[in-house]
Design a protein around this ligand. Structure first.
Ligand code: SAM
Ligand code: DTB
Ligand code: SF4
Length: 342
């Protein structure tokens, strides 16, 4: 008689390799908390050093004045949030910020622009930024809104490593949050990014009033992509006065931790990034997120326009938890690492 695989309490399994029906994802969310954490930790250890955390620093290269209506966003021109629209930053300002981030230990530099989509002439500047930041030895990521095919190709040719474009939430909840572009637009952009050979960074936001089923729906969308994203930011809504989502009922922090654990289980080799909202979550909840398999953070005193824990605070937290910063090129699926291992 062949040995039976070890099963866990009500352990939900995908029906086929790499496919996650929403009800299987929901069943993960519904597991007893400790059971869920155990599974997430086991999977994390199979693919990563559980003591290692990637540090990625964000910079807003073009702030505010965005024509879109994303209900969470302080950079939408239509909401009175106190954010002033600015022009795209000059290259030397961007490089100064990238050098400072590198000196603090960040290995990835993520540049964000408050655009619905970039114009071709905007990309001339972004390409330069990507080339020069890469020349500093950092991984590059940009988030510029929707992309056309030729724009994705231009970014690939400039050497871009990752493109961030979030699905934000489940398809069913999406229209409660954004009306100026639809879910399919987001999937199309991700398809173009993948098609150009750029690594995909895509995740979402929790705490926007969605149900647990809708959180499961978001994770299922991400996990069922073929392949799933290399990088999955899980943001906790940062409530900004003036945005429609300001005043939203607070999410149970344990539900945020569950979302991280479910992302880890369903996307075992992805960098799961504990993203916006860390300042509000506090040290103990962040520690649980690392236990649940998060292995990347945004590192630096600012996100795009809102605050983030101070660098010193993060260093102290990592030290207290016995976590160490990732050095460049140790991703499980990074071709540089794979080549070095052969
Ligand atoms: N304009 C581009 C776009 O929307 O694709 C790029 C920048 S946009 C700010 C990047 C992502 O930041 C959004 O998709 C959303 O997931 C996240 N984000 C924005 N405001 C947030 C908030 N208040 N709390 C949490 N996440 C937020
Ligand atoms: C992502 O998923 N989160 C980051 C990054 N990708 C671009 C942005 C968070 C923004 C939080 C609110 C702000 O500071 O604008
Ligand atoms: Fe604009 Fe991006 Fe903010 Fe939406 S999330 S309003 S597209 S900057």
């Amino acid at each position: 008689m062949s040995a039976q695989p070890i099963t866990f309490h009500a352990c939900p399994k995908p029906i086929a390799a790499d496919t996650w029906p929403v009800d299987a994802v929901l069943a993960l969310f519904d597991l007893p908390f400790n059971e869920l954490m155990l599974r997430a930790q086991q999977i994390h250890r199979e693919h990563f050093d559980p003591a290692e955390v990637e540090l990625a620093t964000l910079l807003s290269i073009k702030t505010g004045g965005c024509p879109e209506d994303c209900g969470y966003c302080p950079q939408a021109a239509r909401y009175d949030t106190g954010v002033t629209a600015q022009k795209i930053l000059p290259l030397d300002t961007v490089l100064e910020a990238a050098r400072a981030a590198r000196a603090e230990g960040a290995t990835r530099f993520c540049m964000g622009a408050a655009w619905r989509e970039p114009k071709d002439r905007d990309l001339d500047h972004v390409e330069e930024m990507v080339r020069e930041v890469k020349a500093l030895g950092m991984e590059t990521c940009v988030t510029l809104g929707m992309l056309a095919e030729h724009q994705a190709q231009r970014l690939k040719d400039a050497g871009l490593d990752y493109y961030n474009h979030n699905l934000d939430t489940a398809p069913e909840f999406y229209e409660n949050i954004i009306s100026t572009r639809d879910y399919q637009d987001r999937l199309d952009t991700l398809g173009r990014v993948r098609g150009a050979g750029i690594k995909v960074c895509s995740g979402g936001i929790v705490g926007m009033g969605e149900t647990r089923l809708q959180r499961a729906g978001l994770i299922a969308q991400l996990a069922n992509m073929e392949p799933y994203p290399e990088s999955v930011p899980i943001n906790h809504l940062v409530q900004v006065p003036g945005t429609p989502l300001y005043g939203q009922d607070a999410l149970d922090p344990l539900e945020f931790v569950r979302t991280i654990a479910v992302a880890r289980i369903t996307m075992p080799k992805a960098r799961v990034r504990l993203s916006a909202g860390r300042r509000q979550l506090g040290d103990a909840v962040q520690a649980m997120c690392f236990m649940a398999g998060a292995n990347s953070i945004f590192y630096g005193d600012k996100l795009l326009v809102t605050g983030n824990p101070e660098v010193e605070e993060d260093r102290a937290l990592l030290e207290r938890l016995g976590l160490k910063a990732k050095h460049a090129h140790t991703d499980a699926r990074c071709e540089v690492t794979q080549a070095a291992a052969q």
